[in-house]
Design a binder for this molecule. Structure first.
Ligand code: NAD
Length: 363
């Protein structure tokens, strides 16, 4: 937004006029940003954000942890993935008009409950497709070339090669589940690396497959033929636990599973079994089931975790203790460029909504 206005005076004037309109129309708005981190704060105070006059507040709290009196008068709530935007939470905000998530995935928002209350929900589509795709390959290469094992060794001044031989991605088959914005970037990188790429998607685009040199396949064919399976579908009822015992059994022996989409796509108990039996060759996970329930060890220490949270903590511990698993803390989106785009689009989503032209709506 800033670069565009800087390079075109006419556009800058129009945008200023837009901001004045927003300021006028938004004078009664009560906008709150939940789960803010330092990068959000920086984005919010940037001039191009334009949220100066409307009263906005930011908080590090998740929506469900904010007291009633803090949220009662909100008209716009901007949330991140740890906030549960349920019917119960919406009922605490009778004036709410817009829920704006600072993420692509919106499985933490009860869309039916929003629709019933006339609340618009919007997301940030495709802000990090390159970013997540690059991280996907980071996880894949960490496993295929045993980079973390090698790193641990060299840190101990052990430069031996024994047990570190990996395998080339070139010539292997990559199965991409969900060929949307991120999946297509993953496909492009895979093809560039000389991989044969199969994709499964409920909405196949045949022309794209021809142009980008990949093939669509059924989920069963993809599982049976892929040396690496990478997940890029949203979390919806149809995709929850799509990688369960049956799906894992259909995978090639020794194949790798990469998940940078949502933890709940994979049944973690089944994954641990498949790894322990040696059927699965490794897993690269940026997300795990129930991750939002538990924090780090310091946060867990001394707190009485409910049974379900304890189960998640035990699963995470079991994954962490395997050298065929690489786990990152839901950070596939976390690059400077993606964070900038994320806040830019979020501010635009709010502006456009206040101007009566909602965009990126998911309701
Ligand atoms: P997208 O909507 O562009 O693509 C999703 C694709 O999945 C679409 O092509 C859609 O047709 C397909 N799909 C939907 N349901 C399906 C099903 N049941 N079976 C097969 N295919 C199905 O989304 P995207 O931008 O590519 O993002 C994908 C997911 O990645 C998001 O929903 C989000 O959960 C996750 N994500 C994670 C991070 C991270 O930091 N780890 C960052 C951004 C997005």
């Amino acid at each position: 937004m800033a670069e565009e206005t800087g390079s075109n005076e006419g556009t800058a004037t129009e945008e200023q006029a837009d901001f004045s309109r927003i300021e006028e129309e938004a004078s009664d708005e009560r906008i709150m940003f939940f789960e803010t981190a330092p990068w959000d704060e920086a984005g919010l105070t940037a001039p191009e954000c334009g949220l100066h006059s409307p009263e906005y507040r930011s908080t590090t709290k998740r929506l469900q942890n904010a007291p009633d009196d803090e949220v009662a008068d909100l008209t716009v709530a901007s949330v991140f993935i740890g906030s549960e935007v349920s019917a119960e939470q919406l009922d605490r905000m009778p004036n709410l008009k817009l829920v704006c998530t600072r993420s692509t995935g919106y499985d933490h928002i009860d869309l039916d409950a929003c629709r019933e209350r006339g609340i618009v929900a919007c997301n940030v589509p495709a802000y990090a497709e390159h970013t997540v795709a690059e991280h996907t390959f980071g996880l894949m290469l960490a496993l295929s070339r045993k980079i973390l094992k090698a790193y641990d060794r060299t840190k101990r001044s052990d430069f031996s090669l024994e047990g570190l031989s990996g395998f080339d991605l070139k010539g292997k088959t990559l199965g991409v589940v969900g060929a949307g914005a991120i999946g297509l970037r993953v496909i492009r990188i895979g093809v560039a690396m000389g991989m044969k790429v199969l994709a499964f998607d409920v909405r196949p685009q045949g022309l794209l497959a021809d142009v980008m040199q990949f093939e669509y396949a059924s989920m069963d064919e993809l599982l049976a033929q892929s040396d690496v399976v990478s997940l890029h579908v949203p979390l919806v009822p149809a995709t929850r636990h799509m990688i369960n015992r049956e799906a894992l059994a259909k995978m090639k022996k020794g194949a790798l599973l990469i998940n940078t989409a949502r933890g709940e796509l994979v049944d973690t108990d089944a994954l641990l079994e498949a790894l322990s039996s040696g059927h699965l060759g490794g897993a690269g996970l940026d997300v795990i089931e129930g991750e939002e329930r538990i924090g780090d060890e310091a946060q867990m220490a001394g707190s009485d975790l409910p049974r379900e949270d304890l189960a998640v903590a035990v699963q995470r511990y079991a994954l962490l203790n395997r050298d065929d698993v690489v786990l990152t803390p839901h950070m596939a989106f976390y690059s400077r460029e993606a964070l900038h785009r994320l806040m830019e689009v979020t501010c635009e989503n709010i502006h456009e909504f206040l101007l009566g032209e909602p965009k990126n709506t998911v309701t």
